[in-house]
Design a protein around this ligand. Structure first.
Ligand code: SF4
Ligand code: SF4
Ligand code: SF4
Length: 403
């Protein structure tokens, strides 16, 4: 289930609004801050923050397989069976369970199961139950199209923290065009309904491209109807590197979609608070920002590919260390150390727009081929984003003064 690859964070309850995240660069770690956080969210952030200070791995993702029943145009991961076999084949459930035991011993608590389509992983249910019995708090990424009543009963019985389901459009035509999967939309909506009927928390994810920009409003509406929060990503790192979709070249459009996304996913007061906060940070003079990774990646968070390569986050293809060859703890130590060597450009260190910018060593690497390159697309995106934030604040102030 490949969607965009920004960030390592997830949310807890379907009733929890996806509010806004604020990158607090001057604090120790970029644990996302929410305007109206749930208790679970506060507690999770506390655990993540403390783990990052101690450099303990508590949060990770397992990409169980690159196989998928859909075939989306923008997919960066999907392989067919022959390609998987040529690259050494899948690791079986026993191998992942053994890894789960090593992870549990190292203190891993939050685990995301992803793919490809993880429900296609042989013995998924046995693996899931074993990981759960080790005390892991599980989240599952799925495209939802294979999730029938039987699967919904399973997740209703063995509840995950949440199931993330990606919506690629707002009707079956969009799915046929983008995912080459007729009926995909209806199947996905059915899955969300089945899960919600069983009290399973669902978050709808979306990635905005030029092909589905007009579907954003409809996707938010579907989320409201199904009682599932929606989050749309507007900045897709792999797109810059591997897919080169034209929408993603139009950074100004993506920035406008980003503003729209934030307005749809937050209360007006929270959006205004966010906008004013970011603009105030930008106004500060002579600030220097960190040149290292400031998020959780490599500090308390990791991603493991279907081949077993551990990386600081899904966005990096290196540094990478095989957990099946080295075992979990030594792999984590190496990845955590290597991640500290990754630096952004000196220009980004003193850039006044940094509080609004999504740059990090990974995004710079994907756009420029080097962690310390200056990602030009992201600069344009950020400039436009800040311009639109200013505009939104001015409009709000004008509206207030007009009563
Ligand atoms: S659902 Fe689409 S984007 Fe996700 S893994 Fe399958 S083919 Fe790729
Ligand atoms: S390193 Fe960059 S891409 Fe990776 S999780 Fe952190 S902010 Fe996101
Ligand atoms: S990527 Fe551009 S906008 Fe962002 S911090 Fe670096 S120089 Fe500034």
């Amino acid at each position: 289930m490949a969607s965009s690859r920004v960030g390592n964070s997830n949310h807890s309850r379907s009733s929890e609004p996806f509010i806004i995240h604020i990158v607090i660069i001057n604090t120790a770690w970029d644990v996302k801050a929410y305007a109206f956080p749930s208790h679970f969210c506060i507690e999770r952030n506390r655990i993540l923050s403390r783990a990052a200070q101690r450099q303990n791995p508590v949060n990770g993702s397992l990409e169980l397989l690159p196989l998928c029943n859909m075939n989306c145009d923008m997919c960066y991961i999907r392989l067919n069976k022959k390609e998987v076999d040529e690259q050494g084949g899948l690791h079986n459930a026993d191998a992942w369970i053994q890894l789960g035991k090593e992870m549990a011993q190292a203190g891993v608590l939050f685990l995301l199961l992803t793919g490809g389509e993880p429900l296609m992983f042989p013995e998924f249910q046995r693996l899931y139950k074993e990981l759960k019995s080790m005390g892991m708090i599980l989240t599952v990424n799925t495209n939802g199209t294979l999730l029938d009543e039987e699967w919904a009963d399973f997740f209703g019985k063995y509840k995950p923290r949440r199931i993330n389901i990606t919506l690629y459009g707002s009707d079956d035509t969009a799915y046929e065009k983008l995912c080459h999967y007729p009926g995909g939309f209806s199947r996905t909506v059915r899955a969300i309904r089945l899960l919600r009927e069983r009290g399973v928390d669902v978050k709808i994810n979306g990635s905005v491209t030029k092909d589905n920009r007009d579907d954003m409003e409809a996707i938010y509406r579907i989320g409201r109807e199904l009682d599932a929060p929606v989050h749309m990503d507007t900045y897709m790192l792999p797109g810059l590197h591997e897919r080169n979709l034209s929408f993603e070249k139009q950074s100004e459009d993506a920035a406008a979609a980003d503003i729209y996304m934030r307005q749809m996913e937050t209360e007006p007061e929270a959006f205004l608070w966010y906008a004013q906060n970011i603009l105030a940070q930008i106004e500060q003079e002579n600030i220097t920002y960190p040149d290292q990774i400031t998020c959780l990646a490599g500090n308390c968070s990791f991603a493991i590919s279907w081949k077993g390569d551990m990386r600081p986050c899904v966005t990096f293809d290196k540094p990478a260390v095989s957990v099946f060859e080295k075992s979990f703890e030594p792999a984590w130590k190496e990845i955590s150390q290597e991640a500290k060597k990754l630096r952004v450009s000196e220009i980004c260190v003193t850039c006044s727009l940094r509080p609004a910018c999504k740059t990090c060593p990974a995004s710079a690497y994907l756009e420029t081929g080097s962690c310390d390159g200056v990602p030009e697309y992201l600069c344009r995106y950020t400039k436009e984003f800040v311009r639109l934030l200013r505009e939104a604040v001015e409009q709000e102030q004008e509206a207030e003064s007009n009563g």
